[in-house]
Write a protein that binds this ligand. Structure first.
Ligand code: CTP
Ligand code: CA
Length: 231
């Protein structure tokens, strides 16, 4: 872990992190997925464990060895991720939703492999909206628990990156939102990162560009500054 001393400032803190990207099945061999590598969530888990936290990592389709000292719960779909997070969240002091959760899933999942058939026209895939896991966790959270969301945003005609992020933070109701500016489209699978940590009270902390471990350390500094409840 580059830079900074490994103070045990998270000793006794129970941390639940989701990482990776969900896959929504179409049939036994196909899915709708996304490009999240899970590496930033992995770094968050690894750094938290190194700083003394007790870490549970809900991992959606991440191709990496379990970080040292973390309990890994593998999941596939958004529904599985939701169940795992709902099971583990009540015992956590800090919940971090770093996973990219699919907004929609195929309405029908075929029991056997779909065939292309004789028509040259493809059939449309009907989609159903997935539940918002982060919003649910916020609604059900125990007293003193800190809930952290993630958002990858670009500016557009309606607002800039931070404007969209502030609206999302308010909509989700979480305590902190870790914001990635993906306007350049340069984030996925890259070793480094840079984020802004927005708080519900309106403060914004810049975590400058660095390796995902260094960025993770900056995010935990922002969390530790809010001293999540120790029970
Ligand atoms: N999230 C979630 N459940 C979903 C969708 C998103 O828990 N069904 C969480 C993500 O893990 C992340 C945060 O919500 O921590 C923000 O995700 P994002 O996709 O940016 O938010 P959405 O509300 O889906 O907004 P958008 O329309 O911009 O995709
Ligand atoms: Ca989304």
């Amino acid at each position: 872990l580059a830079g900074g001393s490994l103070v045990q400032d998270l000793a006794g803190t129970r941390v639940l992190v989701s990482a990776g990207g969900t896959r929504e099945p179409l049939d036994p061999v196909r899915y709708l997925g996304n490009r999240s590598s899970g590496l930033q969530g992995w770094a968050l888990a690894r750094v938290a464990a190194a700083r003394g936290a007790e870490v549970t990592l809900v991992a959606a389709n991440v191709e990496a060895a379990a970080p040292f000292g973390c309990a890994v719960v593998p999941v596939g779909s958004a529904d599985e991720l939701r169940t795992a997070m709902t099971d583990h969240a009540p015992a956590a002091d800090v919940v971090v939703m770093a996973a990219a959760v699919a907004d929609f899933r195929p309405t029908d999942v075929a029991a056997s492999k779909l065939k292309k058939g004789s028509s040259s026209e493809p059939s449309a895939v009907a989609l159903t909206r997935n539940p918002d896991v982060l919003a649910e966790l916020v609604r059900r959270r125990p007293a003193g628990q800190l809930v952290v969301g993630f958002a990858a945003e670009t500016g557009d005609a309606d607002d800039d990156v931070l404007g969209h992020a502030r609206a999302k933070l308010a909509r989700k109701g979480c305590d902190l939102l870790v914001v990635n500016d993906v306007s350049g489209g340069q984030v996925f699978g890259r070793p480094g990162n840079a984020v802004t940590v927005l708080a519900a009270d309106g403060t914004a902390v810049e975590v400058p560009a660095g390796s995902k471990d260094v960025v993770a350390a900056g995010i935990w500094d922002a969390v530790a500054a809010r001293s999540p409840g120790r029970r």
